[in-house]
Ligand binder design. Structure first.
Ligand SMILES: NC(=O)c1ccc[n+]([C@@H]2O[C@H](COP(=O)([O-])OP(=O)(O)OC[C@H]3O[C@@H](n4cnc5c(N)ncnc54)[C@H](OP(=O)(O)O)[C@@H]3O)[C@@H](O)[C@H]2O)c1
Length: 324
Protein backbone atom coordinates (compact mmCIF):
# COMPACT_ATOMS: atom_id res chain seq x y z
CA UNK A 1 0.00 0.00 0.00
CA UNK A 2 1.08 3.55 -0.64
CA UNK A 3 0.16 6.43 1.64
CA UNK A 4 -0.44 10.13 1.26
CA UNK A 5 -1.40 13.19 3.27
CA UNK A 6 -4.72 14.98 3.43
CA UNK A 7 -3.57 18.15 5.12
CA UNK A 8 -1.82 16.83 8.24
CA UNK A 9 -3.59 13.48 8.11
CA UNK A 10 -1.86 10.38 6.68
CA UNK A 11 -4.15 7.99 4.75
CA UNK A 12 -3.77 5.14 2.29
CA UNK A 13 -3.57 6.24 -1.33
CA UNK A 14 -6.89 4.46 -1.97
CA UNK A 15 -9.62 4.36 0.64
CA UNK A 16 -12.83 2.35 0.94
CA UNK A 17 -16.23 4.01 0.58
CA UNK A 18 -18.80 2.16 2.69
CA UNK A 19 -22.02 3.89 1.58
CA UNK A 20 -23.18 1.17 -0.79
CA UNK A 21 -23.02 -1.36 2.04
CA UNK A 22 -26.14 0.19 3.58
CA UNK A 23 -27.57 2.81 1.26
CA UNK A 24 -28.86 3.56 -2.23
CA UNK A 25 -27.34 0.63 -4.12
CA UNK A 26 -28.34 -2.90 -5.06
CA UNK A 27 -27.28 -5.66 -2.70
CA UNK A 28 -26.84 -3.86 0.60
CA UNK A 29 -29.97 -5.29 2.16
CA UNK A 30 -28.76 -8.87 1.86
CA UNK A 31 -25.02 -8.60 2.08
CA UNK A 32 -23.82 -7.35 5.47
CA UNK A 33 -21.47 -10.34 5.94
CA UNK A 34 -19.87 -9.68 2.57
CA UNK A 35 -19.53 -6.00 3.47
CA UNK A 36 -17.75 -6.75 6.73
CA UNK A 37 -15.44 -9.23 4.99
CA UNK A 38 -14.65 -6.48 2.48
CA UNK A 39 -13.76 -3.99 5.21
CA UNK A 40 -11.53 -6.57 6.93
CA UNK A 41 -9.81 -7.47 3.67
CA UNK A 42 -9.22 -3.78 2.97
CA UNK A 43 -7.52 -3.37 6.34
CA UNK A 44 -5.45 -6.52 5.74
CA UNK A 45 -4.26 -5.02 2.44
CA UNK A 46 -3.18 -1.78 4.10
CA UNK A 47 -6.21 0.44 3.45
CA UNK A 48 -6.45 2.87 6.33
CA UNK A 49 -9.03 5.32 4.94
CA UNK A 50 -12.61 4.26 5.70
CA UNK A 51 -15.48 6.56 4.68
CA UNK A 52 -19.05 6.61 6.02
CA UNK A 53 -21.73 9.17 7.04
CA UNK A 54 -24.67 9.40 9.40
CA UNK A 55 -26.85 9.77 6.28
CA UNK A 56 -25.97 6.31 4.99
CA UNK A 57 -28.77 3.99 5.98
CA UNK A 58 -29.50 6.39 7.66
CA UNK A 59 -27.32 5.53 10.62
CA UNK A 60 -26.97 1.80 9.86
CA UNK A 61 -23.80 2.22 7.83
CA UNK A 62 -21.98 3.78 10.78
CA UNK A 63 -23.22 0.89 12.92
CA UNK A 64 -21.92 -1.63 10.40
CA UNK A 65 -18.54 0.11 10.17
CA UNK A 66 -18.39 0.30 13.96
CA UNK A 67 -18.97 -3.45 14.22
CA UNK A 68 -16.38 -4.19 11.54
CA UNK A 69 -13.74 -2.12 13.31
CA UNK A 70 -14.06 -3.69 16.76
CA UNK A 71 -10.50 -4.53 17.81
CA UNK A 72 -9.04 -2.78 14.74
CA UNK A 73 -10.04 0.84 15.31
CA UNK A 74 -6.49 2.07 15.87
CA UNK A 75 -5.29 1.05 12.40
CA UNK A 76 -7.92 3.17 10.65
CA UNK A 77 -8.47 6.78 9.70
CA UNK A 78 -12.20 6.91 10.24
CA UNK A 79 -14.10 9.53 8.26
CA UNK A 80 -17.78 10.35 8.71
CA UNK A 81 -20.10 13.24 7.90
CA UNK A 82 -22.80 15.38 9.48
CA UNK A 83 -25.23 17.98 8.23
CA UNK A 84 -27.94 16.05 6.37
CA UNK A 85 -29.57 13.96 9.11
CA UNK A 86 -29.52 15.39 12.62
CA UNK A 87 -31.81 18.38 12.86
CA UNK A 88 -32.50 20.31 16.04
CA UNK A 89 -35.51 22.56 15.52
CA UNK A 90 -37.03 23.04 12.07
CA UNK A 91 -33.98 23.25 9.90
CA UNK A 92 -33.51 21.04 6.86
CA UNK A 93 -32.62 19.41 4.54
CA UNK A 94 -29.16 20.73 5.34
CA UNK A 95 -28.40 21.75 8.90
CA UNK A 96 -25.01 22.65 10.33
CA UNK A 97 -26.26 24.60 13.33
CA UNK A 98 -24.09 24.12 16.40
CA UNK A 99 -26.88 22.27 18.22
CA UNK A 100 -27.36 19.84 15.33
CA UNK A 101 -23.62 19.17 14.97
CA UNK A 102 -23.49 18.38 18.70
CA UNK A 103 -26.30 15.84 18.33
CA UNK A 104 -24.73 14.38 15.20
CA UNK A 105 -21.26 13.87 16.64
CA UNK A 106 -22.51 12.09 19.74
CA UNK A 107 -24.62 9.76 17.59
CA UNK A 108 -21.74 8.99 15.24
CA UNK A 109 -19.33 8.28 18.10
CA UNK A 110 -21.82 5.84 19.64
CA UNK A 111 -22.62 4.04 16.37
CA UNK A 112 -18.95 3.84 15.38
CA UNK A 113 -18.04 2.51 18.85
CA UNK A 114 -15.20 5.00 19.18
CA UNK A 115 -14.20 7.99 21.29
CA UNK A 116 -13.00 10.08 18.35
CA UNK A 117 -13.59 10.63 14.62
CA UNK A 118 -10.41 11.17 12.61
CA UNK A 119 -11.94 13.19 9.78
CA UNK A 120 -15.31 14.87 10.27
CA UNK A 121 -16.91 16.31 7.15
CA UNK A 122 -19.71 18.78 6.71
CA UNK A 123 -21.74 16.70 4.20
CA UNK A 124 -23.28 19.70 2.41
CA UNK A 125 -22.77 23.41 2.95
CA UNK A 126 -25.60 24.97 4.98
CA UNK A 127 -26.52 28.41 3.55
CA UNK A 128 -28.26 29.30 6.82
CA UNK A 129 -25.20 28.81 9.02
CA UNK A 130 -22.06 30.84 8.23
CA UNK A 131 -19.15 28.50 7.53
CA UNK A 132 -17.09 30.41 10.12
CA UNK A 133 -19.61 29.32 12.79
CA UNK A 134 -19.57 25.72 11.54
CA UNK A 135 -15.78 25.53 11.67
CA UNK A 136 -15.89 27.26 15.05
CA UNK A 137 -18.10 24.47 16.40
CA UNK A 138 -15.82 21.85 14.83
CA UNK A 139 -12.77 23.51 16.40
CA UNK A 140 -14.45 23.12 19.77
CA UNK A 141 -14.95 19.41 19.05
CA UNK A 142 -11.23 19.12 18.21
CA UNK A 143 -10.35 20.80 21.51
CA UNK A 144 -12.64 18.34 23.30
CA UNK A 145 -10.92 15.39 21.57
CA UNK A 146 -14.11 14.20 19.81
CA UNK A 147 -12.78 14.80 16.31
CA UNK A 148 -9.23 15.18 14.94
CA UNK A 149 -9.51 16.84 11.49
CA UNK A 150 -12.11 18.81 9.54
CA UNK A 151 -13.38 18.12 6.01
CA UNK A 152 -15.88 19.69 3.63
CA UNK A 153 -17.94 17.97 0.93
CA UNK A 154 -19.12 19.60 -2.32
CA UNK A 155 -18.06 22.99 -1.00
CA UNK A 156 -17.27 25.86 -3.37
CA UNK A 157 -14.12 27.95 -3.44
CA UNK A 158 -15.31 30.86 -1.35
CA UNK A 159 -16.55 28.54 1.39
CA UNK A 160 -13.29 26.58 1.37
CA UNK A 161 -11.23 29.76 1.68
CA UNK A 162 -13.38 31.14 4.50
CA UNK A 163 -13.40 27.82 6.37
CA UNK A 164 -9.64 27.37 6.08
CA UNK A 165 -9.09 30.86 7.50
CA UNK A 166 -10.77 29.76 10.75
CA UNK A 167 -9.08 26.36 11.11
CA UNK A 168 -7.01 24.23 8.68
CA UNK A 169 -9.24 22.04 6.51
CA UNK A 170 -7.70 18.61 5.89
CA UNK A 171 -9.74 17.50 2.89
CA UNK A 172 -12.42 18.32 0.38
CA UNK A 173 -14.57 15.36 -0.68
CA UNK A 174 -16.43 15.90 -3.95
CA UNK A 175 -17.57 13.77 -6.84
CA UNK A 176 -14.71 13.42 -9.30
CA UNK A 177 -13.94 10.84 -11.95
CA UNK A 178 -13.20 10.55 -15.65
CA UNK A 179 -16.79 11.71 -16.18
CA UNK A 180 -17.33 14.12 -13.28
CA UNK A 181 -14.98 17.08 -13.26
CA UNK A 182 -16.82 19.94 -11.56
CA UNK A 183 -13.79 20.62 -9.36
CA UNK A 184 -11.81 21.66 -12.44
CA UNK A 185 -13.52 25.05 -11.98
CA UNK A 186 -10.51 26.28 -9.98
CA UNK A 187 -11.32 24.28 -6.85
CA UNK A 188 -8.45 21.84 -7.34
CA UNK A 189 -5.99 24.74 -7.79
CA UNK A 190 -7.28 26.29 -4.58
CA UNK A 191 -6.81 23.05 -2.66
CA UNK A 192 -3.17 22.90 -3.78
CA UNK A 193 -2.66 26.56 -2.86
CA UNK A 194 -4.02 25.96 0.66
CA UNK A 195 -2.49 22.50 1.23
CA UNK A 196 -5.86 20.76 1.44
CA UNK A 197 -6.14 17.13 0.29
CA UNK A 198 -8.74 15.88 -2.17
CA UNK A 199 -10.98 12.82 -1.75
CA UNK A 200 -12.74 12.03 -5.04
CA UNK A 201 -16.01 10.23 -4.31
CA UNK A 202 -17.90 7.97 -6.72
CA UNK A 203 -14.57 7.55 -8.58
CA UNK A 204 -16.07 4.73 -10.67
CA UNK A 205 -19.15 6.79 -11.52
CA UNK A 206 -21.19 4.54 -9.24
CA UNK A 207 -20.15 1.41 -11.10
CA UNK A 208 -20.56 2.56 -14.72
CA UNK A 209 -16.82 3.03 -15.29
CA UNK A 210 -16.11 -0.60 -14.40
CA UNK A 211 -17.76 -1.82 -17.63
CA UNK A 212 -19.55 -4.51 -15.60
CA UNK A 213 -22.68 -2.51 -14.88
CA UNK A 214 -24.18 -2.44 -18.37
CA UNK A 215 -27.98 -2.47 -18.10
CA UNK A 216 -30.68 -1.17 -15.80
CA UNK A 217 -31.85 -4.76 -15.36
CA UNK A 218 -28.79 -5.38 -13.17
CA UNK A 219 -30.17 -2.95 -10.57
CA UNK A 220 -32.80 -3.80 -7.96
CA UNK A 221 -35.95 -1.70 -8.27
CA UNK A 222 -35.08 0.25 -5.11
CA UNK A 223 -31.61 1.15 -6.44
CA UNK A 224 -31.25 4.94 -6.46
CA UNK A 225 -29.19 4.82 -9.64
CA UNK A 226 -32.30 4.04 -11.67
CA UNK A 227 -33.18 7.75 -11.17
CA UNK A 228 -29.70 9.08 -11.92
CA UNK A 229 -29.51 10.83 -15.33
CA UNK A 230 -26.55 8.71 -16.48
CA UNK A 231 -28.48 5.49 -15.86
CA UNK A 232 -31.71 6.52 -17.57
CA UNK A 233 -32.85 4.59 -20.67
CA UNK A 234 -30.96 5.98 -23.64
CA UNK A 235 -28.14 7.39 -21.51
CA UNK A 236 -26.89 4.16 -19.97
CA UNK A 237 -26.41 2.45 -23.36
CA UNK A 238 -24.34 5.39 -24.63
CA UNK A 239 -22.28 5.51 -21.46
CA UNK A 240 -21.54 1.80 -21.51
CA UNK A 241 -20.31 2.22 -25.10
CA UNK A 242 -17.91 4.99 -24.01
CA UNK A 243 -16.31 2.63 -21.47
CA UNK A 244 -14.87 0.78 -24.48
CA UNK A 245 -12.43 3.70 -24.83
CA UNK A 246 -11.18 2.94 -21.32
CA UNK A 247 -11.10 -0.79 -21.96
CA UNK A 248 -8.88 -0.15 -24.99
CA UNK A 249 -6.27 1.55 -22.81
CA UNK A 250 -6.75 -1.21 -20.24
CA UNK A 251 -5.79 -3.67 -22.97
CA UNK A 252 -2.53 -1.78 -23.52
CA UNK A 253 -1.51 -1.90 -19.84
CA UNK A 254 -3.11 -5.17 -18.75
CA UNK A 255 -5.73 -3.56 -16.53
CA UNK A 256 -9.52 -3.52 -16.21
CA UNK A 257 -11.60 -0.37 -16.88
CA UNK A 258 -12.07 0.07 -13.11
CA UNK A 259 -8.31 -0.05 -12.57
CA UNK A 260 -7.61 2.35 -15.44
CA UNK A 261 -10.25 4.78 -14.14
CA UNK A 262 -8.69 4.76 -10.67
CA UNK A 263 -5.12 4.90 -12.02
CA UNK A 264 -6.07 8.05 -13.97
CA UNK A 265 -7.26 9.64 -10.70
CA UNK A 266 -4.07 8.58 -8.91
CA UNK A 267 -2.06 10.17 -11.73
CA UNK A 268 -3.70 13.55 -11.08
CA UNK A 269 -1.90 14.23 -7.83
CA UNK A 270 -0.12 12.68 -4.86
CA UNK A 271 -2.41 14.54 -2.47
CA UNK A 272 -5.55 12.63 -3.50
CA UNK A 273 -7.11 9.59 -1.84
CA UNK A 274 -10.03 8.30 -3.96
CA UNK A 275 -12.62 6.17 -2.13
CA UNK A 276 -14.11 3.55 -4.47
CA UNK A 277 -17.07 1.74 -2.92
CA UNK A 278 -17.73 -1.98 -3.00
CA UNK A 279 -19.38 -4.68 -0.93
CA UNK A 280 -17.29 -7.43 -2.55
CA UNK A 281 -13.81 -8.69 -1.72
CA UNK A 282 -12.99 -9.53 -5.36
CA UNK A 283 -13.97 -6.04 -6.51
CA UNK A 284 -11.96 -4.48 -3.68
CA UNK A 285 -8.88 -6.45 -4.68
CA UNK A 286 -9.35 -5.45 -8.30
CA UNK A 287 -9.73 -1.78 -7.38
CA UNK A 288 -6.60 -1.79 -5.22
CA UNK A 289 -4.76 -3.27 -8.22
CA UNK A 290 -4.97 0.24 -9.70
CA UNK A 291 -2.05 1.15 -7.46
CA UNK A 292 0.18 -1.07 -9.65
CA UNK A 293 -1.02 0.32 -12.98
CA UNK A 294 1.36 2.73 -14.71
CA UNK A 295 -0.13 4.94 -17.38
CA UNK A 296 2.07 6.83 -19.84
CA UNK A 297 1.59 10.58 -20.19
CA UNK A 298 -0.03 9.92 -23.56
CA UNK A 299 -2.50 7.44 -22.02
CA UNK A 300 -3.34 9.85 -19.22
CA UNK A 301 -4.06 12.51 -21.85
CA UNK A 302 -6.27 10.18 -23.88
CA UNK A 303 -8.23 9.43 -20.73
CA UNK A 304 -8.47 13.11 -19.86
CA UNK A 305 -9.95 13.65 -23.33
CA UNK A 306 -12.41 10.76 -23.05
CA UNK A 307 -15.91 11.26 -24.48
CA UNK A 308 -18.04 12.92 -21.76
CA UNK A 309 -20.86 10.90 -20.23
CA UNK A 310 -24.43 11.38 -21.38
CA UNK A 311 -26.43 12.94 -18.53
CA UNK A 312 -25.45 14.91 -15.44
CA UNK A 313 -23.95 13.13 -12.43
CA UNK A 314 -26.81 14.20 -10.14
CA UNK A 315 -30.45 15.14 -10.53
CA UNK A 316 -31.14 18.88 -10.57
CA UNK A 317 -32.66 18.74 -7.08
CA UNK A 318 -29.52 17.12 -5.67
CA UNK A 319 -27.23 19.50 -7.53
CA UNK A 320 -28.99 22.42 -5.83
CA UNK A 321 -27.38 21.27 -2.56
CA UNK A 322 -23.93 21.81 -4.08
CA UNK A 323 -22.25 25.04 -3.03
CA UNK A 324 -21.55 26.58 -6.46
N1 LIG B 1 -19.62 13.10 0.05
C1 LIG B 1 -20.67 12.69 -0.65
O1 LIG B 1 -21.64 13.41 -0.85
C2 LIG B 1 -20.65 11.30 -1.23
C3 LIG B 1 -21.60 10.91 -2.19
C4 LIG B 1 -21.54 9.62 -2.70
C5 LIG B 1 -20.58 8.75 -2.26
N2 LIG B 1 -19.67 9.14 -1.30
C6 LIG B 1 -18.64 8.22 -0.81
O2 LIG B 1 -17.88 7.73 -1.91
C7 LIG B 1 -17.86 6.30 -1.86
C8 LIG B 1 -17.73 5.72 -3.25
O3 LIG B 1 -18.73 6.20 -4.10
P1 LIG B 1 -19.88 5.29 -4.71
O4 LIG B 1 -19.99 4.05 -3.92
O5 LIG B 1 -21.05 6.19 -4.86
O6 LIG B 1 -19.43 4.99 -6.20
P2 LIG B 1 -18.20 4.27 -6.91
O7 LIG B 1 -17.11 3.97 -5.97
O8 LIG B 1 -17.92 5.11 -8.10
O9 LIG B 1 -18.90 2.92 -7.44
C9 LIG B 1 -19.42 1.97 -6.57
C10 LIG B 1 -20.10 0.92 -7.41
O10 LIG B 1 -19.12 0.29 -8.24
C11 LIG B 1 -19.17 -1.11 -8.07
N3 LIG B 1 -17.78 -1.59 -8.14
C12 LIG B 1 -16.71 -1.20 -7.41
N4 LIG B 1 -15.60 -1.82 -7.82
C13 LIG B 1 -15.98 -2.65 -8.83
C14 LIG B 1 -15.28 -3.56 -9.66
N5 LIG B 1 -13.97 -3.74 -9.54
N6 LIG B 1 -16.00 -4.25 -10.59
C15 LIG B 1 -17.33 -4.07 -10.72
N7 LIG B 1 -18.04 -3.22 -9.97
C16 LIG B 1 -17.36 -2.50 -9.01
C17 LIG B 1 -19.81 -1.36 -6.75
O11 LIG B 1 -20.54 -2.56 -6.79
P3 LIG B 1 -20.19 -3.81 -5.80
O12 LIG B 1 -20.52 -3.33 -4.44
O13 LIG B 1 -21.03 -4.89 -6.32
O14 LIG B 1 -18.72 -4.04 -5.99
C18 LIG B 1 -20.75 -0.17 -6.61
O15 LIG B 1 -22.00 -0.45 -7.19
C19 LIG B 1 -19.16 5.95 -1.13
O16 LIG B 1 -19.12 4.65 -0.60
C20 LIG B 1 -19.21 7.02 -0.07
O17 LIG B 1 -18.39 6.66 1.02
C21 LIG B 1 -19.70 10.41 -0.80
Amino acid sequence: MKYTKLGALTVSRLGLGCMGMSHLYTGHSRDEASSIRTIHRALDLGVTHIDTAELYGPFTNEELVGRALVGRRDSVVLATKFGLMSHVGNAGPVDSSAASIRVAVEGSLTRLQTDHIDLYYQHRVDPATPIEDVVGTLSELIAEGKIRHIGLSEAGRETIRRAHAVHPIAALQSEYSLWSRDADDGTLDLLRELGIGFVPYSPLNRGLLTGRLRTRDQLEETDWRLTNPRFLPGAIESNVAIVEEIAEIGGEVGATPAQVSLAWLLAQGDDWSPIPGTIRVDHLEEDLGALDVTLSAEQVQRLTDITPAVGGHHTEAQARLFDR
